[in-house]
Design a protein around this ligand. Structure first.
Ligand SMILES: Nc1ncnc2c1ncn2[C@@H]1O[C@H](COP(=O)(O)OP(=O)(O)O)[C@@H](O)[C@H]1O
Ligand SMILES: [Mg+2]
Length: 255
């Protein structure tokens, strides 16, 4: 197994609250890793630290062996580590295809220095369009390419989020609830797309997910958090039946 992302003792406090308490992760390439835990356990804060949207109090993050602890998000994206966000509202009024093209500017190939050279710029645009069509095809979104993002279903919007990260040539994609608010059959479809990207396109995913009943059969490795701490890790069956994990959900079944 090859480690692509390593987090060593990540710590993040907000005043007196220790939101992430010395959490270490070892994310393997071409795997789907999932962080679980009750509300407020520090999951979102942790991935914001990993992707550079929050500065840690202490700890280290390594990506492909490189210490990226002090890198801003865009430098992490250039290296291939991308966090998806819900499509921002101005983008919702743009067609799906344009949403994809807009994300291409983060691509390391899109050097501003090329802008004055028209031929290079045209080539760059042609590459962007070609890439966008590839991504549409890959995610079964070709038939909605001209629809405004605001008219997509919840599930299609999630796929578009993944699509935008693929436009940046991301090889590790970090998502907060990839199937949140999506009906079960679409949720399975999204996970099948994620598996396809992992198995046939060399991608790695790190996700936070509440819909454990849907996620469990697609996931390779689980990290469980409670009160900012990592309380269990391992394969899904082991972690979801771990007594500390069950207890952290206050006796309600984990799945
Ligand atoms: N920007 C912030 N300022 C202060 N407290 C925060 C902030 N973000 C998160 N928290 C607190 O940190 C804890 C962990 O939050 P969060 O990472 O969002 O948990 P989760 O994603 O697991 O629900 C919670 O108690 C939350 O209220
Ligand atoms: Mg959260």
């Amino acid at each position: 197994m090859a480690e692509v992302l390593k987090v060593v003792k990540a710590r993040k406090t907000f005043g007196n609250l220790v939101a992430v308490d010395d959490v270490s992760l070892s994310i393997q390439k071409n795997k789907l890793s999932m962080i679980i835990g009750p509300n407020g356990s520090g999951k979102t804060t942790l991935i914001n630290c990993i992707t550079g949207y929050l500065k840690m109090d202490s700890g280290k993050v390594y990506y492909k062996g490189k210490d990226i602890t002090d890198y801003p998000p865009h430098k992490r994206i250039e290296l291939g580590l991308t966090r998806t966000f819900q499509i921002p509202s101005p983008f919702k009024r743009l067609p799906v295809l344009d949403n994809l093209l807009a994300s291409y500017r983060f691509n390391p190939g899109a050097k501003l220095i090329n802008a004055p050279f028209r031929m290079r710029w045209v080539k760059h645009e042609a590459e962007a369009v070609e890439k966008a069509y590839e991504v549409l095809e890959l995610l079964n979104l070709t038939h909605v390419k001209d629809q405004l993002a605001e008219n997509l279903s919840g599930g299609q919007l999630k796929l578009l989020e993944i699509g935008r990260s693929l436009m940046t040539e991301a090889d590790t994609i970090v998502m907060d609830e990839p199937v949140g608010g999506v009906n079960p059959s679409l949720a399975h479809e999204i996970f099948k797309h994620i598996r396809n990207l992992i198995e046939n396109h060399g991608k790695t995913f790190l996700i936070i997910e509440h819909r454990l009943e849907v996620a469990v059969k697609y996931v390779d490795y689980v990290y469980a958090m409670a009160y900012g701490k990592l309380i269990a890790e391992g394969d899904p069956e082991t972690v979801l039946t771990d007594s500390k994990v069950v207890e952290s959900y206050l006796g309600t079944p984990v799945i």
